[in-house]
Structure formats: structure tokens, C-alpha cells
Design a protein around this ligand. Structure first.
Ligand code: DC
Length: 228
């Protein structure tokens, strides 16, 4: 059987990582793991329990207690919090607005990183996030850093929200929110959003989803060939 490798896809919010990562995983029959969804689940759990976003000790404790799980689903992977489906709940505006704060808590990151490493242990995985190539899977043979302009990313999120029937902010508000989240994700102390030195940078502003999937697939095939 062909070798099953780890593929790390990082980049800023709404660069198209999850859409692309999911398609790439399908193509290679790999498992897909959306690590952003994991931070979103912790955020949802904290908000549901009325925990203040400043109470990092309580949030860290919660991150250790809850069970986060995934199941295949169309058009998107299903996400569960303690066995209850929260796929749509974690995409609400209140989660978008608070998730950066939760993702900046070192103990939360440590807990999620451990979980992510466990999921990726056997290889045959496409994992997307912010710190996968730099911190979670530093030995991944394929690392992609996907970028696009903030304007294009806001446009994509707007269209996506509408299609999913999620109440959406205006395009201008979304762009501001994305820029703010980029800033927070890039400037936090622990595992900030950063391109790993050995990651391949892919600007998707002018590319279709299929073109991005093709480019990444070519890189994976080349790597598989090299690894023999
Ligand atoms: O990709 P997303 O928008 O669902 O990510 C949600 C938040 O989680 C985002 O603000 C950054 C954070 N995140 C992170 O810090 N590390 C990851 N590996 C994935 C996401």
C-alpha cells in the first residue's frame, strides 16, 4: 500500500483551507481534521456555561473535560461536543468574535495540540489550522500555507454564510472582523499564525477551489514519489 503521509494546511481565516483540505483528503482517502472547529467547540462550551472569556483557568479546565469528536458529513464534516452535534452552532457570529481569545490560552492550545497529534499519529491525514506545520506536526512531509487578500476572504465567507443560511454581517463588517482576527492570531504569544520555513506558500486570491486542490495534489504526489 502507498505510504500515508501527514499534510498540514495553514493560513489565515477564510483562505479556503477547510474546503480545499476536505477535497484533498477525499481524493487521497485520507482523514480530514479541521482544528479551527476544535477551538470553536471549546469557545461554544465556555459561552454555553456562561464562563467569562477572561477566566482562562475555567476555560482551560473545560477544554480538558469536554469531548470533541468528528463524523463524516456532507457538505461539511459533523462536529460534536460531548456527543451532541454542534456543526452549525460553532459557526455563529458570537463564536467568530470570541474564538481568538480562547485560542490564545496556552493550556487550551496544549490540550488541542495533544488531541491533534493523536488524531494524526497514523498518517493519512489532512489537517488544517494556523500552527499545524509550525507546531502540531513539524515533521509533516507536506506543508502548505494558503493566503488570499482580506477582501477576497470576506467575500468568500459572505457567500458561504448566505449559502448555509447563517445570519451574516455585511461584507465590510466581515472584512474588518477578518483583519482583526488575523491580527490577533498572528500576534498571540503561543503558536501564532506563522508560515513554517519549509511550507509552500499558495496565494489563492485568483484561483478556483479546483485549481488549489490540483496544485496541492501535485505536491502530495511528488512527495509520495520522493518518499518511495
Ligand atoms: O479556521 P477557523 O476560522 O475555524 O479558526 C477559528 C479560530 O481558531 C481562529 O481564530 C484561529 C484559531 N485557530 C488556532 O489558533 N489554531 C489552529 N490550529 C486552528 C484555529
Amino acid at each position: 500500500m502507498e505510504k500515508q503521509i501527514q499534510v498540514a494546511i495553514d493560513g489565515p481565516a477564510s483562505a479556503g483551507k477547510s474546503t480545499v483540505a476536505k477535497l484533498v483528503a477525499k481524493k487521497f482517502h485520507y482523514v480530514y481534521c479541521d482544528t479551527g472547529a476544535m477551538y470553536r467547540v471549546v469557545t461554544l462550551a465556555a459561552l454555553n456555561r456562561g464562563i467569562s472569556m477572561e477566566d482562562t483557568a475555567q476555560i482551560s479546565k473545560l477544554a480538558q473535560e469536554i469531548k470533541i469528536s468528528f463524523a463524516p458529513g456532507e457538505p461539511e464534516q459533523k462536529v460534536f461536543l460531548n456527543g451532541e452535534e454542534v456543526t452549525t452552532d460553532i459557526r455563529q457570529g458570537r463564536i467568530d468574535q470570541n474564538v481568538s481569545a480562547v485560542a490564545a490560552i496556552p493550556e487550551v492550545r496544549q490540550e488541542m495540540t495533544n488531541l491533534q497529534r493523536q488524531i494524526a499519529r497514523e498518517g493519512g491525514i489532512v489537517m488544517d489550522g494556523r500552527d499545524i506545520g509550525s507546531t502540531v506536526l513539524p515533521d509533516a512531509p507536506v506543508k502548505i500555507f494558503m493566503v488570499a487578500t482580506a477582501h477576497e476572504r470576506a467575500r468568500r465567507r459572505y457567500v458561504e454564510n448566505k449559502a448555509k443560511g447563517i445570519k451574516t454581517a455585511s461584507l465590510e463588517e466581515l472584512q474588518k472582523e477578518i483583519e482583526l482576527r488575523d491580527k490577533k492570531d498572528s500576534s498571540r504569544k503561543v503558536s501564532p499564525l506563522t508560515q513554517a520555513p519549509d511550507a509552500i506558500r499558495l496565494d489563492t486570491t485568483q484561483l478556483t477551489i479546483d485549481q488549489v486542490v490540483d496544485k496541492i495534489s501535485t505536491i502530495i504526489k511528488k512527495t509520495l514519489n520522493e518518499l518511495g
